[in-house]
Design a protein around this ligand. Structure first.
Ligand code: ADP
Length: 393
């Protein structure tokens, strides 16, 4: 009977052991590469400095948003990071050999804001850092008296919170604006009502005059609350659009009929030019609201002259233009005109019964129809508000 010799036994186990080791090494290598790829692709800035504040590693996101030096590896902290707060915290952590992570708010490049977490890490305790930490310049061995201090590194994670801050600021501004917009007419209503109660109501002419003013302010508040509700429902997608096939000419003709008197009272000629039969898939009420807002604005902000509404096919899109020969919009205000409560002249808008929300509502509705809206204007000469939405195929 054949028996394996002791030699062949050993060979067998050795080769088996080698192949397991190889497989483990391949696995370890793959893990390392995978982790490197993850850190490289992360949309969080990652950096590592040694105890001499020299950069051992910085991922591309850190370089893009935070680093003031290209290829920070091997460079000193002061060359790479200009934010004093970060430098001071890192200094303090290194001097005190802090064990605990530190969190700070810092400013990066181009007005970006970050929340940074700095984590002390010892390379000596059998821990591995899964990125290539080989410094570009080798550390000077003679200087190192304390090995454990030398093996300490600081890992920093920089989370970009610019967008969160922007949204927070918008919310804060919005609440402040709403409160202000409601407080103003409410204060007037209260003032006039109190004056009437104090005796002014005995004079019939004053009574009528004051009641008319109270009624106007109440109407303004009603309009504002209506617009706020519409906007909030559009933004939270609680106002479902019901799409149907619409003949755009018919829809706009009806809107124009309702606004003709307002235009005629100001001596403005209001015209409509829609070429051919243009059908879109849209929500009738919402598109009417868009046209009413744009044409009403055109009439409101034009003292005399013309308001022209044109519609035409532009590729697969319907393009509408509402052009007026009115007061126009200064260049500096153009980019913000679709923001909530943004008005060129607050006093004038209020006097005309405006809420400052009309264009924000219009923009939401057009976007809900997969369209785009924009404005071109020359101050003192007039404005053209244009939008496109897909044509029904
Ligand atoms: P408002 O209720 O104040 O009219 P909108 O959101 O409809 O609010 O418009 C925002 C601002 O844009 C207006 O206050 C006005 O300054 C400006 N604006 C809008 N349409 C026109 C236009 N056709 N001509 C000049 N300015 C306009």
């Amino acid at each position: 009977m054949w028996r394996p010799s002791e030699d062949s036994d050993t060979d067998f186990w050795r080769s088996r052991g080698n192949s397991i080791l190889q497989r483990l090494m391949v696995k370890e290598h793959m893990k390392q590469r995978l982790l490197e790829a993850v850190v490289k692709e992360m949309q969080i800035g990652v950096m590592v400095t040694d105890a001499d504040k020299r950069f051992l590693y910085a991922n591309p996101f850190f370089e893009k948003t935070f680093s003031h030096a290209t290829n920070p590896e091997g460079k000193n902290l002061s060359e790479v990071v200009k934010d004093r707060a970060v430098a001071e915290v890192i200094d303090r952590m290194l001097i005190s050999r802090a064990e605990e992570p530190q969190e700070i708010a810092v400013e990066g490049k181009d007005g970006h804001f970050f929340e940074a977490r700095l984590v002390p890490f010892s390379l000596e305790q059998g821990n591995h850092v899964a990125v290539n930490l080989t410094p570009t310049r080798p550390a000077c061995a003679g200087v190192s008296a304390d090995r454990s201090a030398r093996s300490r590194v600081l890992i920093g994670f920089f989370h970009d919170v610019t967008e969160e801050k922007r949204v927070e600021a918008i919310k804060r501004d919005f609440v402040a604006n709403v409160s202000h917009e409601l407080r103003t007419p409410l204060a007037s209503i209260k003032g006039y009502a109190e004056t009437l109660l104090d005796g002014a109501m005995d004079d019939k002419a004053t009574l009528k005059n004051f009641l008319t003013i109270i009624d106007r302010h109440a109407n303004r508040m009603t309009a504002l609350i209506g617009d706020l509700l519409t906007l909030s429902m559009l933004e939270s997608h609680q106002m479902p659009m019901s799409f149907e096939s619409l003949d755009i000419k018919e829809l706009i003709q009806a809107v124009i009929q309702g606004l003709e008197k307002q235009a005629a009272d100001k001596g403005i000629s209001l015209s409509l030019d829609v070429r051919g039969r243009l059908a879109v898939n849209g929500d009738r009420d919402r598109l009417e609201q868009v046209m009413v807002n744009l044409i009403d604005n055109a009439i409101k902000y034009t003292n005399k002259g013309t308001v022209k509404v044109t519609g035409r096919k532009d590729g697969n899109m319907l393009r509408m233009d509402v052009e007026d020969s009115g007061i126009g919009i200064p260049e500096k205000d153009l980019s913000r005109i679709f923001e909530r409560f943004y008005r060129v002249d607050k006093g004038r808008s209020r006097e005309l019964g405006g809420t400052g929300l009309g264009l924000a509502i219009v923009k939401h509705i057009i976007q809900g129809h997969n369209g785009k809206i924009w404005v071109s204007s020359r101050h003192g000469k007039g404005s053209t508000f244009s939008f496109t939405i897909p044509i029904k195929r």
